[in-house]
Design a protein around this ligand. Structure first.
Ligand code: KIV
Ligand code: ZN
Length: 563
């Protein structure tokens, strides 16, 4: 037994009677702010170079992010450089605001004002640590001292900001973060934020962003939501503030923290692509945005080509996106279990039949096409896959619509192959089984040549005459001929001449595969063998009548071959 857990203290939630957030719904996107270039970048083993940062900035703009924290310009030359390059290179679209971070310290604030010179839209983001733990362990200061640091910083920022606004006309806004808010007593968080708002002259026309970070995630998302609702309720002049969240993911619940925080009244969310950031990362914007999307809410971020976003992210961060990462991982649109595959198959059929407005496919909460993913890899086949899984792969991957009655027979052939291989098999292998078992099956009877003649008899009903030559057991060539009211009937009657009278035609299904000049007809024929056993055969030919005859021969051959 490991008793080390005893050295941890549990989070003390606030009493929150009559909480309102559980009854709310997320009905619109928050104001998104990306911190990929700052919080994300500072947590990389190999931080992005200038070129990569510029590419990241461009990608974030393309996705639709309108507020982008580009760095900590007073912290280092490279942080300064990216901002200057963006401004001087004219890379910042008019509707995008760059955000710069600085500690609430005079010389850093002054240097940061130099860095933003020439930018059109800027959020000046300053912070100091406010939590009880940081006060005790790091600053050894009481709350009064902490509030004073924030107030002094705010005063200087207001003074320099007013001057910059007057001189350059910059659209300058302010953001304050009581860093480690989640460990700050609610009264103290309100105290410091109120002072900052006063110093900055916040108003409904000139709102201040109050960013309430879960610098280190330490509680249940519901407990955090209580804090946020309480904060919003008790903040004087709430209309003069934009409440922003900045969840980190130490407990693995940053997405839920963000979502419940939005329900509790927050207006804005800071996060990163795929959750990159210090330790366990920041809140994953892709996850939160796509969660909204799958609830029918426009997230106002575009992840319709998630593969491109992911490939870029992996290149510049050198961090892989996990195979099971929501919406983006390699395996998130796969189903290994047979019952899942069957249900997905039925879901696709249902959608085709109903032509409804809503996505209704079990086990697939999102249409993979909505993030630029493909249907083909949705179902992977292993020995656990159900009968519908292989048929699904044949349809989605290769355009063969196997009749339902054929699924068990084909599924059994695929299962036997998987059992022998002892591994998952690829869609191409599934196609290979189909060809070997059906469309290219080599049996005792081979049709060498044939023709159909439609007989128009003015005195009797018209009929079809079939004649052909069949190679039997690789030896004798047997001519056959027969008449019938249709091509299949005529061919079956002709085949009877080979001594195959005991076979009874049961059902027939056909469709085209491919398109244009490459299109061929495929016919699925079900026959009952003299033993009573049902057999399927498949024929494929540009001529659908020929496909049907080949299908009959295939079914008979498979039976004679003991398949
Ligand atoms: O996590 C955090 O608290 C931060 C602040 C600087 C906002 O990144
Ligand atoms: Zn952070």
């Amino acid at each position: 037994m490991n008793s080390s857990y005893q050295k941890y203290r549990s989070f003390q939630p606030i009493a929150k009677p009559n909480r309102r957030w559980p009854d709310r719904r997320i009905e619109r996107a928050p104001i998104w702010c990306s911190v990929d270039l700052r919080d994300g970048n500072q947590a990389l083993i190999n931080p992005m170079n200038l070129q990569e940062k510029l590419e990241m900035f461009r990608l974030l703009c393309e996705i639709g992010v309108k507020e982008i924290e580009v760095g900590f310009p007073s912290a280092s030359e490279t942080e300064y450089e990216i901002l200057r390059t963006l401004i001087e290179g004219g890379y910042i679209p008019d509707d995008v605001t760059v955000q710069v971070l600085v500690q609430a310290r005079e010389h850093l604030i002054r240097r940061t004002f130099e860095a933003i010179e020439g930018a059109k839209n800027v959020i000046f983001h300053f912070y100091n640590s406010t939590s009880a733990l940081q006060r005790r362990v790091v600053f050894r200061s009481d709350m009064e001292g902490i509030v004073e640091i924030a107030a002094q910083g705010a005063r200087l920022i207001k003074q320099l900001g007013d001057a910059a606004r007057a001189r350059t006309g910059v659209n300058l806004r302010y953001e304050y973060s009581p860093e480690s808010y989640m460990g700050t007593e609610p009264e103290n968080a309100l105290w410091v934020c109120r002072r900052v708002m006063e110093e900055l002259g916040a108003s409904a026309e000139d709102k201040v962003i109050l960013n309430l970070p879960s610098t280190v995630e330490n509680c249940l998302p519901s407990q955090f939501a209580d804090l946020i609702e309480d904060f919003c309720d008790r903040l004087p002049n709430r209309a003069a503030a934009i409440i922003s969240l900045h969840p980190h993911n130490d407990r693995g619940t940053a997405t839920a923290t963000a979502e419940l925080g939005l329900l509790a009244g927050a207006d804005r969310l800071e996060g990163t692509l795929f959750g990159n950031g210090e330790r366990t990362g920041n809140c994953d914007m892709v996850n939160v945005a796509m969660n909204m999307f799958t609830q029918g809410v426009d997230p106002r971020l575009d992840f319709s080509d998630i593969g491109r976003v992911r490939a870029f992210y992996e290149r510049v961060t050198k961090l892989p996106v996990h195979a099971r990462h929501p919406y983006a991982g390699d395996l998130v649109f796969t189903a290994f279990s047979g019952s899942h595959q069957d249900a997905i198959n039925k879901g696709h059929l249902w959608m085709r039949e109903q032509k409804g407005d809503y996505w209704e496919i079990p086990y697939l909460p999102l249409d993979p096409a909505d993030v630029g993913r493909q249907y083909e890899p949705v179902v992977r086949i292993n020995s656990q896959s159900g009968k519908g899984g292989a048929a699904f792969v044949m349809e989605q991957g290769f355009g063969y619509r196997l009749p339902k009655a054929m699924h068990p027979e084909f599924g059994a052939a695929v299962k036997a192959y998987c059992d022998a291989a002892g591994r998952e098999i690829t869609p191409d292998e599934v196609l290979g089984i189909f060809k070997r078992e059906y469309s290219e099956y080599q049996g005792k009877l081979t049709l060498l040549s044939h023709r159909f003649v439609e007989i128009e008899d003015p005195n009797e009903e018209s009929y079809v005459h079939f004649e052909g030559k069949v190679l039997r057991d690789g030896g004798a060539v047997v001519p056959i001929a027969g008449d019938g009211n249709g091509p299949i009937n005529a061919a079956c009657n002709a085949l009877n001449q080979l001594g195959l009278e005991g076979y009874r035609f049961v059902d027939y299904f056909e469709h085209a595969v491919g398109a244009g000049a490459d299109a061929t007809g495929v016919a699925y024929i079900q026959v009952q063998a003299p033993s009573g056993k049902m057999r399927f055969g498949v024929g494929q030919s540009p001529n659908i009548n020929t496909a049907a005859v080949l299908g009959v021969l295939c079914a008979v051959n498979r039976d004679l071959g003991g398949e």
